[in-house]
Design a protein. Structure first.
Length: 135
């Protein structure tokens, strides 16, 4: 390793590489991108406290509007609007953090909640499209 460290500066000073300044430039770009990827990985794996609070608040709002929607079963348009609100809050939380992080934070399966909200929304849309509702 020490031999590599001693010869590496001389390697970059060779006349053939001096003519090709692009090599140094490309090497610095690769090292920089590698550093940025490590930094972003660390930030995504360890979000700050405010991100946790925002995600938790958004999921709580999603659950709140899901519960409100369940009380509006007799009023299809209102039921659908509350389901859409719940889905919107859940999607916003999924933009801020990945599902695994959210599941660890709130203790529930985010994909199942999303699928349930979508299925309920589609069921309400179908009922609104049926001729018996229009008449």
């Amino acid at each position: 390793l020490s031999m590599l460290l001693v010869t590496l500066p001389h390697f970059f000073d060779e006349p053939t590489l001096k003519r090709d300044h692009m090599f140094r430039h490309c090497a610095s770009i690769v090292v920089g991108l590698f550093g940025l990827s490590l930094l972003s990985k660390l930030l995504l794996e360890h979000p700050d406290k405010s991100t946790e609070e925002h995600v938790q608040s958004l999921v709580q709002q999603a659950l709140h509007w899901r519960d409100v929607a369940s009380g509006e079963v007799g009023n299809a348009p209102l039921h659908l609007s509350h389901l859409v609100a719940a889905s919107t809050y859940l999607q916003a939380s999924r933009i801020l953090a990945d599902d695994i992080f959210i599941e660890r934070l709130v203790g529930m399966d985010v994909a199942k909640l999303h699928d349930r909200l979508e299925a309920d929304s589609e069921r309400v849309r179908q009922s609104l499209r049926s001729p018996s509702v229009r008449n």
